[in-house]
Design a binder for this molecule. Structure first.
Ligand code: C2E
Ligand code: CA
Ligand code: CA
Length: 400
């Protein structure tokens, strides 16, 4: 796969070409204008895996170029290069994201070799992962069989208290251990299950396994809340709260040890039924969490109508908030609103130390994300807790 650079300044073009060659990227096509670059892509003789694009160009500017890339369905990596100020670059970056282009990063001119190396590393990791994410669509009967034969397994991702570093619980994330394809992620089968009415069976399997696991942890002396994701489609059968409560009692745990996370990924078919069910779950003291807060269409209306006691701020407002004033504003507004409503707050997508340090300065209660732990099989949690114990004191040493 080749790399394409578009920049109207011949000197900048040469310089970047040289820098790329130094890092082992020698198969480069350099174009002085957007039209030439598009011609290469449209021609299709060369497979382009990576594009560097300048924003300020006299004939076709970077925004237009990005729009054409989206039109062509370009699936490789994109790096924006510019001397413009931060706000403009960020806006174009968001625009490219909105077009579903894979933006690997932004480089300021003059391009620093260290930054370039970081962006290329990201490109290589992404390219290496591509076979796994090569999306395969599954057939309904295959999913049926998977549920029936126990191929769905739960992974668990810890949530920790930001003030004390204590592990408060885990979120259950389902995986499909596919006999041929290996580990398949939920975004490849949840909507299939929802569309064909399999989601109830799936949720039952996931919930039961999660509660059994919580029981096993408790027997080992770990008091962990477990959260389970439920789909809006689970909130159509009026007996759902009774079913859930029965499942919790079966493993002899308090109802307060379960949290259900709800998103509005699909339209509520029957809002009255959903309100009935959610109110009864709360009356039973089962935790209710509004998931991916800030991304749905009626998140605020949901807050008004449903007695949620926890709010999860979506990862798109958390990761990078320390460096981005707009994200920070949205994060802080969501947090303030949740606090005024007396809800517990969870920040999702805590990916690095900067995200963690930022959260320490806010009043957010819990954190979840790759920086703390990736989702893992239940059997790995105890080992992770030991590792976490050794990281914990340093992470909470700065004052809040
Ligand atoms: P979600 O509920 O928002 O779950 C969080 C997703 O973010 C998980 O993806 C998790 O692996 C990922 N994640 C965690 N930390 C980080 C981080 O620091 N950075 C980034 N970039 N990502 C992070 P996963 O496991 O692929 O799940 C995707 C979605 O599938 C979940 O989103 C949830 O909506 C849905 N899902 C998972 N399990 C179930 C289930 O049992 N039932 C239902 N209905 N939906 C489920
Ligand atoms: Ca969730
Ligand atoms: Ca979420």
């Amino acid at each position: 796969m080749k790399t394409l650079i578009v920049d109207d300044e011949p000197f900048a073009l040469k310089l970047l070409e040289r820098q790329l060659a130094n890092l082992g990227f020698e198969d480069v096509i350099a174009c002085e204008q957007g039209h030439d670059a598009l011609a290469v892509l449209e021609d299709g003789k060369e497979t382009i895996g990576l594009i560097f694009c300048d924003l300020q160009m006299p004939r076709m500017d970077g925004v237009e170029f990005v729009r054409h890339l989206a039109r062509l369905g370009y699936a490789g990596g994109l790096v924006l290069v510019s001397g413009e100020d931060e706000r403009i670059i960020q806006t174009v970056e968001k625009l490219a994201h909105a077009h579903r282009l894979k933006v690997l990063g932004v480089l300021h001119k003059p391009v620093l070799p260290e930054r370039l190396r970081q962006v290329l590393e990201k490109h290589l990791t992404r390219a290496a992962k591509t076979p796994r994410t090569a999306r395969k669509t599954y057939e309904l009967d295959e999913l049926w069989r998977a549920i029936a034969e126990g191929e769905l397994i739960n992974y668990y991702q810890p949530k920790v208290d930001i003030a004390s570093g204590a592990v408060s619980g885990v979120e259950t994330l389902v995986r499909w251990r596919h006999p041929q394809d290996g580990l398949v992620f939920p975004d490849q089968f949840i909507s299939l299950a929802e569309e064909h009415g399999l989601i109830d069976d799936m949720t039952r399997v996931v919930l039961a396994a999660s509660l059994r696991q919580a029981r096993a942890w408790r027997d080992l002396g770990y008091f962990l809340h477990v959260a389970v994701n439920v789909s809006m489609d689970n909130l159509a059968a009026l007996e759902f709260p009774d079913f859930v409560a029965r499942e919790v009692r079966k493993v002899d745990l308090p109802l307060t040890s379960l949290v259900l996370e709800v998103t509005e990924s699909r339209l509520m078919k029957d809002p009255v039924a959903a309100m009935d069910i959610l109110s009864r779950l709360r009356l039973k003291r089962i935790g209710l969490s509004i998931d991916d807060f800030g991304t749905g269409h009626s998140s605020l209306a949901q807050l008004r109508d449903i007695p949620f006691d926890e709010l999860k701020i979506d990862q798109s407002f958390v990761h990078g908030a320390s460096r981005d004033a707009s994200l920070r504003a949205i994060f802080e507004a969501s947090l303030a609103m949740a606090q005024q409503l007396g809800m517990k707050t969870v920040a999702e997508g805590v990916e690095d130390r900067d995200d963690w340090d930022f959260l320490r300065l806010t009043g957010c209660d819990l954190a979840q994300g790759y920086f703390i732990a990736k989702p893992m099989p239940g059997a790995d949690i105890a080992g992770w807790m030991k590792d976490w114990e050794s990281r914990r004191s340093e992470l909470i040493s700065t004052p809040r």
